[in-house]
Design a protein around this ligand. Structure first.
Ligand SMILES: [Zn+2]
Length: 380
C-alpha cells in the first residue's frame, strides 16, 4: 500500500470520535475496508452503538492474533489543543490527533498489514485475526467479552498494538480501582458524642491499608513493587456538623507475585474488621485487571525481537509496563503467548496534542506484515 493510503486509514480513524461508547463507528469503517476481500467478518455487540469487530484472514495454517482497541479517551479542553483533536494534522514528521498514539496508529498499522497481505494476491501461509475491542480505556470489557466468547481460544500468539515505540513489552502490572463509602450520623458538632463521624473510619482504613500492603515484601524482578494511590477523598457538609457521609477512591497497581485476589481479600478483611468495630463501610471495585506475567521466554517474544533486530535493524529490547492492557483479559486463555508491541512511543497518551511519528507508524505497518509472515513460517 502507498504511504498516502496507509496514512489515510489512520487519519480516517482519528476523524471518528470514538470516545468510549461510540465504537460501532470504528467497526463500521473497518468493515468497509475489508468487505471486498474473502475474509470472515464478525461483529460482537457489547451495548447499543458499541461493537467489537473480529476479522479473520487466511484459510489454514498457524493463527496469529492482532489486538487493538477502538475507543479513545476524551479530548479534554479543546483550547489546550493546537489542532482539532478529531481531525488528523500532519506537521514536522508527526501526525496529531486524539488516538494518534493510543492506539489508533497501532490499530491502523495492523489493518494496513492485513490489507497488504490480502492485496498481494499470494496464498497466505497462515491465518491472522484482528480483535478490535470496545471499552479498553475504562475496563477492558470488550476484550473480556471476546475472551469469554472464545475468539482467542484458537490463537497461537497475540500481539497487542498499544504504544511501545516498537519495543517488545512482555509484562505489565494489573490494576484495582476501588471506592469506599462511609456512613455515619449527622449532629451539631458541639455534641459529637450524639453523632457518628463518617470520615474517621476512612482514616482508619487508609492507615491499615498502608501497613498491610507495605508488609508484603514481594517484589517482581522487572515490574518492581505493588503501588497504591489514594486518589480522591471527600466528606462532610459544613464546618460545624459531624459528617454523615464520606467516600474515597484508591488505585492499586498489582504484580503477579502479589495477585489481585490476595490484595482484594486483604482490603475486604480490613473493611470487615472496621465494620465489626462499629463503622458502616462499603467497598466496591470497578473492573479489576490482573497483571500480565512475563512472556520473556515465549517463542513469540523471541521471534518479535529477532524480526525487529534482523529485518528492521532496530535495537529493540524486552520491556515492561505499569499500565494494564487488553492482555489482562486475553491472558485468561490457557497457554496463549502475548506481547505488546506498537509503533507509537506513548509519551503523549491521554494528553492534548497527542501524536505519532509518521515514520514509526509506517514502519509499524511493515513490521506487522513481516512479523505475520515470520510467525506463519516459524509455527507451521
Ligand atoms: Zn490504549
Amino acid at each position: 500500500m502507498e504511504k498516502e493510503a496507509a496514512l489515510k486509514i489512520l487519519s480516517d480513524l482519528i476523524a471518528i470520535p470514538s470516545v468510549n461508547g461510540q465504537e460501532a463507528l470504528v467497526a463500521d469503517y473497518l468493515t468497509t475496508l475489508f468487505h471486498k476481500y474473502p475474509v470472515q467478518i464478525e461483529r460482537v455487540n457489547y451495548a447499543p452503538k458499541r461493537d467489537n469487530l473480529v476479522v479473520t484472514i487466511g484459510n489454514h495454517g498457524p493463527l496469529l492474533g492482532f489486538s487493538g482497541h477502538e475507543d479513545v479517551v476524551d479530548a479534554g479542553a479543546i483550547a489546550d489543543w493546537d489542532h482539532p483533536p478529531f481531525q488528523a494534522t500532519m506537521q514536522n514528521g508527526r501526525l496529531y490527533g486524539r488516538g494518534a498514539s493510543d492506539m489508533k496508529s497501532g490499530l491502523a498499522a495492523m489493518v494496513v498489514a492485513m490489507l497488504d497481505l490480502l492485496e498481494s494476491g499470494k496464498p497466505l501461509a497462515g491465518r491472522l485475526r484482528l480483535l478490535a475491542s470496545v471499552g479498553e480505556e475504562t475496563g477492558e470489557y470488550g476484550a473480556a467479552q471476546l475472551t469469554q466468547a472464545g475468539y482467542a481460544d484458537d490463537l497461537q500468539g497475540l500481539v497487542i498494538g498499544e504504544p511501545t515505540d516498537l519495543q517488545v513489552r512482555i509484562s505489565h502490572k494489573g490494576v484495582i480501582d476501588y471506592k469506599l463509602e462511609s456512613n455515619g450520623k449527622s449532629v451539631h458538632s458541639s455534641q459529637p458524642e450524639l453523632g457518628k463521624n463518617a470520615i474517621l473510619p476512612l482514616i482508619d482504613f487508609i492507615q491499615k491499608t498502608q501497613t498491610v500492603l507495605a508488609q508484603d515484601d514481594q517484589i517482581d524482578p522487572t515490574l518492581g513493587a505493588l503501588t497504591h494511590v489514594i486518589s480522591q477523598i471527600q466528606g462532610g457538609s459544613q464546618i460545624n456538623t459531624v459528617p454523615a457521609h464520606a467516600w474515597m477512591t484508591g488505585n492499586i497497581r498489582t504484580i503477579p507475585a502479589y495477585p489481585n485476589e490476595m490484595v482484594m481479600q486483604q482490603l475486604n478483611e480490613i473493611v470487615a474488621q472496621l465494620n465489626q468495630q462499629g463503622a458502616q463501610l462499603s467497598l466496591t471495585y470497578s473492573y479489576p485487571e490482573p497483571p500480565l506475567p512475563t512472556q520473556a521466554n515465549t517463542a513469540l517474544a523471541q521471534l518479535a525481537l529477532q524480526v525487529l533486530q534482523q529485518q528492521f535493524n532496530l535495537n529493540s529490547q524486552l520491556t515492561v509496563g505499569t499500565g494494564a492492557t487488553d492482555a489482562s483479559e486475553y491472558y485468561h486463555v490457557p497457554n496463549l503467548p502475548i506481547i505488546i508491541l506498537g509503533p507509537a512511543d506513548g509519551v503523549s497518551d491521554h494528553q492534548p496534542n497527542e501524536f505519532v511519528s509518521i515514520d514509526k507508524y509506517l514502519r509499524g505497518c511493515q513490521f506487522y506484515r513481516t512479523f505475520a509472515e515470520n510467525f506463519w513460517q516459524r509455527f507451521s
